[in-house]
Design a protein around this ligand. Structure first.
Ligand code: SF4
Ligand code: SF4
Length: 103
């Protein structure tokens, strides 16, 4: 689609079609996005110092904690973006080919 923007200075919000609308906030819990994953993060407990940087950066809240410690990565929601592995200062998370390695 190509937009005609010759009169863009006159545009207001009515010019645009409605985009996605979330009518029931919190519904992302119903959508298990783990099926999108091509690579899974695997944490090395021996290297990990529980700094929780990965937890802060995970866009899907897939890194679960209890008493300020990581207890698991919830693979039902982890999309395999690799941000946690990228941000870990100790390289304690490696991204493994989902089709070859399951742990
Ligand atoms: S960022 Fe790395 S060291 Fe820190 S909690 Fe996560 S895996 Fe552990
Ligand atoms: S790979 Fe992405 S979605 Fe999965 S735990 Fe790491 S940061 Fe979260």
């Amino acid at each position: 689609m190509t937009w005609d923007i010759t009169e863009i200075q006159k545009w207001d919000w009515k010019k645009h079609p409605f985009g996605g609308t979330i009518k029931d906030p919190g519904n992302s819990r119903k959508f298990k996005t783990g099926g999108w994953r091509a690579f899974r993060p695997v944490r090395d407990e021996n290297k990990c110092t529980q700094c929780l940087i990965c937890y802060v950066f995970c866009p899907d809240s897939a890194i679960k904690t209890k008493d300020d410690k990581i207890i698991e990565i919830d693979y039902s929601f982890c999309k395999g973006c690799g941000i946690c592995a990228q941000e870990c200062p100790l390289d304690a998370i490696r991204m493994c080919d989902e089709t070859k390695e399951q742990s």
